[in-house]
Design a protein around this ligand. Structure first.
Ligand code: EPZ
Length: 421
């Protein structure tokens, strides 16, 4: 197990290349279960979660390999097992998105029900509601979801939940519906760019999906799908994290492979705070005004402000000149980073799903503990700007979603190193 040692107070300057999006690559990899031939997926980041999905797919009879050009080649070789074991699913909730494709292609699927999560309760009732609407019989046996259907049939499905749409729920039901008999309409579908990217991959395999990126998806079932080549979209959450790093350290950073079109709510909020974000060829340039304005923000489903950047923005607002209110409307308990930031001198008060942040002059280095992927990113960001040295423990959380983040920060001038615990 590793930790990061960060010496703060250095301005970040230079260029960083943004990786492919983890949250697009994972369901796309599961989508390869639907194909009657090999798929080649480009710009799949090297992350712990990608390795987990590769391991799971191998157990489900998919041959997964990296090509010389760093693409991921996926080919179904054996359909005899449809069991996604608890041991794998508990390590990564996104494993649940093998349920829809296996049910559609193999007529059955046994997937361990994902358990608890550090960021809050994460049921899959909407996933199951959608699959049942397509005609699947679904039971819960020994902690596993057991789904069966000789042939799925198209249906009209409302997939909205108490917190709005569901990203992986939309992915799961969409992947089941592409091989169903007849037409499916998914209402209140998630509009995230990652869902649209999955739909683009499925359409390149021969699926007939319309309305991707909007709340209404129309899917005409087809009898079979072929393998395809697809390039994964840039990771807007990684890009947002580096934008905050530049802003926090008064830096100037050029991001390449960054799609600002997917980040309008983020850049809008950064502009409000006083951060300069400008389009630059194939990416963006981020520079920070010396003065950070406070602001209020609520996380929302896309195209609203993403919950996966809430913790990072909280760190930025710790140094703004005044009070900010950050309301978490997707995962109301997603504030594990708050107590750790307060160990570094932040002034934050929690009121239900809202954190009231009173800006302070500076943060001070301290040993802190990562608890989940994005909370750990917010602590690394705090360490970059804090006076003195910060030790971030349990960085395996960050390796799940950031490709060697210290190797991307060091060339920008950051004083960060990875040490074994
Ligand atoms: C995806 O998770 C992302 N994960 C999460 O990113 C992200 O935080 C989340 O979407 C929201 O944007 C991946 O794409 C792998 P949801 P997902 O279903 O699909 C409730 C990261 O940091 N809900 O859209 O699991 C749920 O509890 C990760 O990269 C139900 O009530 O999230 C939540 O409050 C963390 N019933 C809300 O909906 C359901 O059946 C949105 O969850 C499903 C969800």
């Amino acid at each position: 197990m590793d930790r990061f040692i960060i010496k703060g107070g250095r301005r970040l300057k230079g260029h960083v290349d943004i990786s492919g999006a983890k949250n697009a690559a994972l369901p796309i990899m599961a989508g390869a279960l639907l194909a009657g031939g090999p798929s080649l997926v480009l710009r799949v980041p090297r992350l712990a979660d990608i390795n987990h999905m590769s391991q799971l797919l191998s157990e489900l009879g998919v041959d997964v390999s990296r090509t010389d050009s760093d693409a991921l080649r996926l080919e179904v070789k054996d359909e005899s097992s449809s069991h996604a074991r608890y041991d794998l699913v508990r390590k990564m909730r996104a494993s649940v998105c093998v349920l829809g494709p296996m049910l559609a292609k193999r007529g059955e699927a046994r997937v361990a029900m994902p358990g608890g999560c550090a960021i809050g309760s994460r049921p899959i009732d909407l996933h199951l509601r959608g699959l049942r609407a397509l005609g699947a019989q679904i039971e819960l046996e020994g902690g596993d979801v057991v789904a069966k259907a000789k042939k799925l049939t198209g249906a009209s499905i409302f997939l909205g939940g108490p917190f709005g749409s569901t990203v992986l729920g939309t992915a799961n039901v969409m992947m089941a519906a592409v091989l169903a008999k007849g037409t499916t309409v998914i209402e209140s579908a998630a509009c995230e760019p990652e869902v649209a990217d999955l739909a683009a991959y499925l359409n390149s395999m021969g699926a007939k999906i319309r309305g991707a990126g909007t709340p209404r998806l129309t899917i005409e079932g087809v009898s079979e799908l072929r393998g395809a080549q697809h390039e994964v979209i840039p990771d807007r959450i990684e890009a947002g994290t580096f934008m905050v790093a530049a802003a926090l350290t008064n830096g100037e950073v050029k991001l390449s492979h960054c799609c600002l079109d997917h980040m309008l709510a983020v850049t809008d909020k950064l502009h409000e705070i006083g951060v300069i974000v400008e389009q630059a060829d194939g990416g963006a340039v981020v520079a920070s005004a010396r003065h950070l304005e406070p602001t209020d923000v609520s996380t929302q489903p896309y195209p609203g402000f993403p919950t996966d950047l809430q913790a990072q923005l909280t760190t930025l607002l710790c140094l703004a000149d005044g009070n900010s209110a950050i309301t978490e409307k997707i995962f109301p308990d997603r504030f594990m980073h708050v107590a750790e930031l307060m160990r570094m001198g932040a002034d934050i008060r929690k009121e239900g799903p809202t954190a009231i942040v009173t800006g302070v002059k500076r943060l001070v280095g301290a040993p802190v503990m990562a608890s989940d992927l994005r909370a750990s990113a917010s602590l690394v960001l705090a360490g970059l700007v804090a006076r003195g040295e910060t030790a971030v423990h349990r960085v395996y959380h960050i390796d799940r979603g950031y490709e060697q983040i210290e190797k991307k920060l060091q060339p920008l001038g950051a004083g960060i190193e990875r040490l074994a615990e």
